[in-house]
Design a binder for this molecule. Sequence first.
Ligand SMILES: [Zn+2]
Length: 477
Amino acid sequence: MSAYFPTMGLEIHAELLTKSKVFCTCSAEFGGTPNSRCCPVCSGMPGTLPVLNRKAVEYIIKAGYVMNCEISRFTKWDRKNYFYPDLPKAYQISQMPRPVCLSGNVKINVNGEEKTIRINRIHLEEDAGKLVHDEVNRISLADYNRCGIPLIEIVTEPDFHSADEVIAFMEKVKLLLQYAGICDCKMEQGSIRCDVNISIAPKGSTELGTRTELKNLNSLKAIAKAIEVEIDRQEEILESGEHVIQETRRFNEALGETTAMRSKEDAHDYRYFPDPDIPPIIFTEEELEEIKNSIPELPEQRVERYVNSLGLKKADADIIVGDKKVCDFFDEAIAAYNNPKAVANYIVGELTRRINLGEADMENLKFTGADFARLVELLQTDKLSQSNTKVVLGKMIETGEKPDDIAQKEDLWIKEDNDLLAKTIDEIIANNPKPVEQYKNGDKKVFGFFMGQANKALKGLASPKAIQEYLTKKLEE
Ligand SMILES: [Zn+2]
């Protein structure tokens, strides 16, 4: 057991899903040929004037509501000055004293326990460009496509005391932003990024230790690992009688270590001052009310609806809602075949199994929710056996063909050949006098044995229902 406990706070940057950038009409889509989505405004030409994107403001207000923040009735923008090639204007338009959102909170569940994480503030700013460092030719290239994409920065209070809490919070925030339609939260594309402020102190201490800031964390796995190694590093320093230096550290995932980036001494003085080009905004109650009412159904409400109105098990509803792609897929499926329980079962069971095995990928499914629903319907209505349903699903994942076409082409339909059914079951009964005896003496459990034998022999040729009926009739004779 360690003699120290960690305390952490987060700064999360999330790119908003607006069509255009925050101060110009350039496309805000991810990627693109370098510097193909730029104009004089976002490349910082002198004499240009920014125009604030209304949608971006709407989105940050939504973010504030889903994280239970107070929305400022008066908000304004500031210039954060720094000279670095990823920002051609040499200042970033951000918000310092009057952010759009203040003091919110988000509930998380960690190992069965609920905990509330306080949000200090959420403000709106513009993203910077991307630098590519070419080590071979010893040059740096600048891509300004990302420059000016609207970004919200969510700053939490130092309420975290374990990596599990941080991960649970990140997962919750990702879901909230995705369901609210504000951010796609693709960590691998950098549309949501997280910096962790971390310090440790002796157990029982009421004072916090000196903190470091971890940057460059681009996956949940990296966040968990970086926290773990940074706690170890700080413990070692304190144990040897030294002091932790307040600094920014970069996490190197390949080496599994954090290294110093810059110390507090050379921290930037950003010389914030009000941006004279963007007028402050005063929101009316009506405007805020309208935005609040336009927020779509959030994850918790959805789980509740699935359990209460559709009769799903809470655990299944949690799994489905836990991934927005899966959830949209489920909705599409039950719109095509109104049997939520059966559809949910097959998603949580068979489809999830194949996703976990890496056979299927929700991002690139070749079939629709409606196709999947049809497959479940074929199983439910005894057109396909359990095992052949799995075969058809495998083909659907591979080729994207319709379930009926696959079943037809591969001759997988249940034949309902009554003569064959009777002949097979009669044989099984004749070959197993002992279990028959047991059954007749009241040991009804052996029925499972006969079902198993019959299913195996009649694989895909008869429906379980038909087998069960005939078997019951024969055994009761
Ligand atoms: Zn532009």
